[in-house]
Design a protein around this ligand. Structure first.
Ligand SMILES: [Zn+2]
Length: 260
């Protein structure tokens, strides 16, 4: 995947439409850069991999009906922004990036073409559910370790269409895991409203709020918790080494049984 980094650097940053409209499945955009199997547009609904959430896949269709398959989407360049809040820690974030789309084969667009973007919606919708579930699991293990007066840190986070998972620097006992699952389910089933509070300095992140939970985030989420089936949420835990664990939450039991 060779392409001209300098040309991409000189482009204006890409408008991230998925942050404002996560349910948008189709969008017209203008081609700003194209080379081999790589393209950049003025705006995009394709989520670029970040914060542990995988990138979207889908199609781009030209005005003369040529179809190209998007297989990967990545942020390039941009700058770091630091935000200070008293109620929540906000990590350094990458803002004003160029969103680079990678295709399954060489593409035949021209600069200035107006194309139609089409994300693979079923996959994205499933990712949105698992991203939302990740917030509840995050809340639950932090609450548990807080109450135990222990500090815990996340060594990795991964969210895709099948599951959300965290690697932690702590082992979790069988009883502890039951408590964590209970905290997550109690919140999910409490049927509160999801509130997206904008960040004034950037639209790259916003604050995902639910009851007393507040999480700075730039991912894609479902709007209402009744889009989840509270009776069909599955958990899994694996301890590894002497002080590590990996914990999972999913709406897909078949995956949880077979896919880990
Ligand atoms: Zn989020």
């Amino acid at each position: 995947m060779k392409y001209d980094y300098d040309s991409i650097f000189k482009l204006p940053f890409t408008e991230r439409i998925y942050n404002k409209e996560p349910y948008l499945k189709e969008l017209k955009a203008t081609v700003l850069f194209v080379e081999n199997n790589v393209a950049v547009f003025d705006k995009t609904i394709f989520y670029a991999e970040s914060g542990g959430q995988v990138s979207d896949t889908g199609k781009i269709i030209t005005s003369d009906d040529k179809i190209a398959n998007v297989t990967d989407v990545q942020h390039k360049f941009g700058s770091k922004l630091s935000i200070k809040r008293t109620d929540v820690d906000v990590p350094y974030i990458d803002v004003e990036t160029r969103v680079v789309h990678f295709f399954s084969s060489e593409i035949d667009f021209s600069i200035g073409d107006v194309v139609t973007m089409n994300i693979e919606w079923n996959r994205r919708y499933s990712i949105m559910k698992h991203h939302t579930l990740a917030h509840f699991l995050f809340y639950a293990f932090n609450r548990f370790f807080d109450e135990e007066n222990e500090s815990v840190s996340v060594k990795g986070c991964f969210i895709d269409e099948n599951k959300a998972s965290f690697s932690l620097n702590k082992k979790i006992s069988i009883e502890g895991w039951e408590t964590i699952k209970g905290y997550a389910l109690e919140k999910i089933n409490s049927d509160k409203e999801v509130i997206i509070e904008p960040e004034e300095k950037t639209d790259t992140i916003f604050y995902w709020r639910y009851d007393d939970i507040i999480i700075p985030c730039g991912g894609t989420h479902i709007e209402k918790l009744n889009e989840l089936d509270g009776n069909s949420i599955f958990f899994h835990k694996k301890n590894s080494g002497k002080d590590r664990s990996r914990i999972y939450i999913s709406s897909n039991n078949i995956f949880m049984l077979n896919g880990l």
